[in-house]
Structures are given as structure tokens and as C-alpha cells.
Ligand binder design. Structure first.
Ligand code: GLU
Length: 419
């Protein structure tokens, strides 16, 4: 991952600074928001199947907690680095503020390639990480969740390990858990559902019909797959999907349910999926195909100075965190391509995490219909606030998003007497 080039922390700091300046904030606001309030680096031993001990590095960043306890996922990836985790935690602060959730921003990372691990090793890494950070997290302190490379099964081990450490049931310490141990109905597909809801609201605001729109999706993991299925259900024509193995393409529309079913059993191998489509080895091809809207739902830094000039779509809806570099953002703006930013479009996941946490704290559980209804109400309100700011100040939607969030954060920090 480009640790030097496109350092994502510098990117998020730049956005925060620009918006603090344009809002005429006191200098303290940027000073507080530019770095996490707390950042933990841990190294813990994991017993491998062959009996050897491997030291594994992990991070947990608590960027800001003026609006509530830190909240955010844990990423398992061999390329995870400290500044990336800090940036991701800052994004969580912004996201939770935009989504009107009573949370600050947090994020965790473990430097590990899960594809190299057996099931038992993965469990020991998950438990080892939680043991290492247990003193710093808690249902009212910092609440981890899934992110890239982690899933409900990992969350199940993590919540169990935390409860063993503290000696009582505390399901609210982790969200994205399996349903049977306090997970919420609707959490699995929530990020993808939220991406579709944002697109629907965006279409309404801009005055176009999403039905029949040609859309392309980069990423076919939990988020990309759910986004593709929900967009397909909305009536969009999904013409291209990329994953780490390549891109499948059909200008008449792909068979999304069949591809999703295939990918569930055969992750990261879209290029070999059966069906009537062309295949390209290019993992970013979905971003460049002839489509009306593209949905980057994979890693950060996917739309760069290099490929931004070739994008044909009119709209970019960011499902991933930080998929567009600052330089590419500029190019897209100059080319009149509208970007619906990550800090709005992918808040469906953390919003249903919030519902999960509320259910855990009150020990009373809602139906999937109730969850989906609350999600739509919440996402529409976040969209409308941001869109109003975008129109009122005639700024791009990313700037508008940061304006909404930083205004809220500054008021909370002021009320707490932080500056
Ligand atoms: N990792 C997800 C995100 O980046 C979800 C976080 C959460 O549910 O707390 O938004």
C-alpha cells in the first residue's frame, strides 16, 4: 500500500484543514482533529499450528470522542500501517457526525494476511488482538466492528474474549456479531443497502431515475456484493463488477444474483465465474467502463491522477473508505463528475452497528423490518442535511460533508470546554 505516496492521513488532514479554514474555525479545532486523541500500537504472540510463536502487530486509534465513545471497525490486512489506521479513525469521526450517531471515531488494524492462516490461527490472532487492547475498549469507551478482512465469525471470537477478560456479558463492546450472540438483523448487508439508499436519494435530489441506469462496481466482498444486489433490485443495470482477480463485463447487464451466489462460495475469483460476460484481468476496469455511475467498493486510493481522466461515468458513489485521492478528486471536479463521498455513502454499516449496540444495551431486539426502516430514515436525513449544505454554499458534496461534521464536532468540543 502506498505508504509514502498518497498517504491517506495527509489526505484527510488536508480536507479537515480546508474546511476548518473556510468555516472560520478557531485554530484549536484543526489542532484537535488532525491527530487521534489516543493511538495504541500492540504486539502480541500467536501460537501457530506448527507450534512456533509469531509476534503480530496491531493498532487501535481513537480519533475523537466529543460526540460519544469511539466507534469503528478492525481491519486485518498485510499492508495495514499506522497512518492508515489513524486516517480511517478520522473518517469514522466524520461519518458518525454526519450520520447523527452518538459516537466518535475509532479504527483498528492487524498486520496479517488472513489467507495464510488456518481457522484456528485466525481465531488465536483475533483473541490475541482483543486481549492486547482490552484495557482500552469497552461498550462505553470504544466499540470495534468488522472491516476489511474481518467478519461476524471474527467478531464472535472477539466478543467472547473480551467477556472472558472482564468477567461478565458485555455484548455492546463489539458490533457486527453473529445474530445468536447479540448481533443485529440487517447488519450484514447494511453497508451495501445504505449505498443503494444514498444513490436513490441522490437520484431524487438531482432529478434522474435510477431505474435502468448503467452502474459498475469495483469490489465484490461483503460491501460490493450487497451494493450490487441492492442496486440490481432497485432496477439499475449492473454492467461491470471487479474483484481482485479481474473484471466481468456485459453492456446488457450482468446476472448479479448468480454472480453473488458464486462469489460467496468462491471469494476473490470473479474472473472464473460462469455466465454471459466478457472478462478482463484489470482489477480496476469497472471504474473505467462505459457506465452512468461507478461504485468503488474496495480499497482506498483506487481513483488516482492516472485513471481519473479516463472515467466515463457522470457519478461516483464511494462505497469504500477513501477510494479517491485528493488529486483525482480535483480532476473529477474539473471534469464535472459528481462524487457522493464515502463519509455519507458508506455509513449504512456503522448506522446498523449503532442499532445493534442500542439493542445490546437495552437487551431488547428489533425485527429486520424495523432496522431497515430506521436505516432509511437515518440515511435520508444525513443525505438531506449534506445536500442542503452542498446547495447553500455551492461546494462539492465532500466539502459539504466535512462542513456538516466539523460544525457539529466543534460545537460539541466547545460545549465540553476543550477550547
Ligand atoms: N468498518 C465499517 C466502516 O468503515 C463499519 C464500522 C462499524 O460498524 O463500526 O464504516
Amino acid at each position: 500500500m502506498g505508504e509514502e505516496k498518497n498517504n491517506v492521513l495527509a489526505g484527510v488532514q488536508e480536507h479537515i484543514k480546508k474546511v476548518c479554514d473556510s468555516l472560520g474555525m478557531e485554530p484549536a479545532v484543526y489542532e484537535i482533529l488532525k491527530e487521534p486523541l489516543r493511538f495504541y500500537e500492540v504486539t502480541f504472540p500467536v501460537k501457530m499450528d506448527d507450534g512456533t510463536i509469531r509476534m503480530v502487530k496491531g493498532y487501535r486509534s481513537q480519533h475523537n470522542d466529543a460526540l460519544g465513545p469511539a466507534k469503528g471497525g478492525v481491519r486485518f490486512h498485510p499492508g495495514v500501517y499506522a497512518d492508515e489506521v489513524k486516517a480511517l479513525s478520522a473518517w469514522m469521526t466524520i461519518k458518525c457526525a454526519i450520520a447523527n450517531l452518538p459516537y466518535g471515531g475509532g479504527k483498528g488494524g492487524v498486520v496479517i494476511d488472513t489467507r495464510e492462516l488456518s481457522e484456528g490461527e485466525l481465531e488465536r490472532v483475533s483473541r490475541g488482538y482483543i486481549r492486547a487492547i482490552a484495557p482500552y475498549i469497552g461498550p462505553l469507551v470504544d466499540i470495534p466492528a468488522p472491516d476489511m478482512g474481518t467478519n461476524p465469525k471474527v467478531m464472535g471470537w472477539m466478543v467472547d474474549e473480551y467477556c472472558k477478560q472482564v468477567g461478565y456479558h458485555a455484548p455492546g463492546v463489539i458490533t457486527g456479531k453473529p445474530i445468536i450472540v447479540g448481533g443485529s438483523l440487517g447488519r450484514g448487508p447494511a453497508t451495501g443497502r445504505g449505498i443503494m439508499l444514498t444513490f436513490k436519494r441522490f437520484a431524487q435530489a438531482e432529478g434522474f431515475d435510477p431505474k435502468g441506469m448503467r452502474v459498475a462496481i469495483q469490489g465484490f466482498g461483503n460491501v460490493g456484493r450487497s451494493a450490487a444486489l441492492h442496486l440490481h433490485e432497485l432496477g439499475c443495470k449492473v454492467v461491470a463488477i471487479s474483484d481482485i482477480s479481474g473484471t466481468v463485463y456485459n453492456s446488457k447487464g450482468l446476472d448479479v444474483p448468480a454472480l453473488a451466489k458464486y462469489a460467496e462460495k468462491n471469494p476473490d475469483n470473479l474472473k472464473d465465474a460462469p455466465g454471459e460476460h466478457e472478462v478482463s484481468a484489470d482489477t480496476r476496469y469497472a471504474l473505467e467502463v462505459d457506465a452512468d455511475a461507478i461504485f468503488p467498493c474496495a480499497l482506498e486510493n483506487q481513483i488516482t491522477e492516472e485513471n481519473a481522466p479516463r472515467i466515463k461515468a457522470k457519478y461516483v458513489i464511494e462505497g469504500a473508505n477513501g477510494p479517491t485521492t485528493t488529486a483525482a478528486d480535483q480532476i473529477l471536479q474539473e471534469r464535472g463528475i459528481k462524487v457522493v463521498p464515502d463519509v455519507l455513502a458508506n455509513t449504512g454499516g456503522v448506522t446498523v452497528s449503532y442499532f445493534e449496540w442500542v439493542q445490546n444495551l437495552q437487551n431488547y431486539y428489533w425485527t429486520e423490518e424495523e432496522i431497515n426502516e430506521k436505516l432509511e430514515i437515518n440515511m435520508n436525513k444525513a443525505f438531506d442535511d449534506l445536500y442542503a449544505m452542498h446547495k447553500k454554499h455551492n461546494v462539492d458534496m465532500r466539502t459539504a460533508a466535512y462542513m456538516v461534521a466539523i460544525d457539529k464536532l466543534a460545537r460539541a468540543m466547545k460545549a465540553r470546554g476543550w477550547f
